[in-house]
Ligand binder design. Sequence first.
Ligand SMILES: [Zn+2]
Length: 375
Amino acid sequence: MNPIPDLTQQVSPDRLRQVVQKLSSYNTRNTLSETLKEAAAWLAEEYRKIEGVEAELMEYTLPRGRRVPEDRKVLQVVATTKGTTDHWVGVGGHLDSLNLSVDAATGFAPGANDDASGVALALEMARAIAPLKLAHNGVYVGFTGEEQGLHGARALAKRFKSEARALDAFLNNDTVGSSSNKAGQKDDGRVRVFSDESTVENPNTGSRDLARFIEWITRDRVEKFGIKLVFRKDRFGRGGDHTPFHEEGYSAVRFIEVHEEYSRQHTPDDLIEHMDFNYLANVARMNLLAMASLMQAGPAPTDVRIVRDQGHDTTVTWKATPGTCYTVYWRETISPTWQDCTHVEETDKATIKLVNKDDHIFAVGAVGGIPVEAR
Ligand SMILES: [Zn+2]
């Protein structure tokens, strides 16, 4: 199997703090504001300072509607690292901020945790990943138009779709920088990952499989830190930039802290002083482990099946790609997460001894890639 480099040392809480400090120093990053353009230009320049990273200010139309008085051309930041294949793996947060109690274009909206935290994290991913020269392309996004209805994410997801780009996974990070709330609840040992199973058009986007994979690949990799899976699209009545990707049929999930402080969101009190940068760094480490693994993974197997024999062992078969090694995973039908796995070399078949097919779900993935459930 391909070794996954230990990247967790590459993440710097201080650097994350500096980026959040800078972004929250703009009076507002509301998508309708002039200062958002300055923030976007600054962020693109930060990406361009990293060797091997290109950054684009992507223009799209913010349509008239909720919180938008008229159609408006706006910008968001899309940075990339080049691989040697035509596959992509993405990470992002939303650059725009919101303060509902003041004028949208000029009122104070620091948006430190929501969502300078996710923007800083994505930039940190590019810094860590660019020097590694991994197989697949990376895309690192500072979305805008999130607070008006996920418009920037929708524009990018549709662009990927129309260009038929093979986007294997998208990791959205929105409000990932605080470990406690005002009610006294604290959890600095986990980050939530929200995922949906299906859309009307697409019975399995792979988003849930991606979430389960993230939990598996990061398990016990960072001291005293792990993933809390939530099997829902997002929080009640709330949205995020992973959803437009999911709706286009891509595997996409949302990272978010365990204990949000709702009373600070979209207010002048979304300030850096309420954040925990060791926590944000650990969330970044989870993203980095997952992203680096996905960016090296071989092609996913197809036609993954359980052989219908009666016996105490379970045999799984699949269509393999030459030169690819695989991992076979299993879990009991009542377990939300993978419980065990075995690695196999370049083959299209594996027999798992004394694991009963009636009680377990099996899946096969290229080593380091998202497992495909056996049917
Ligand atoms: Zn947000």
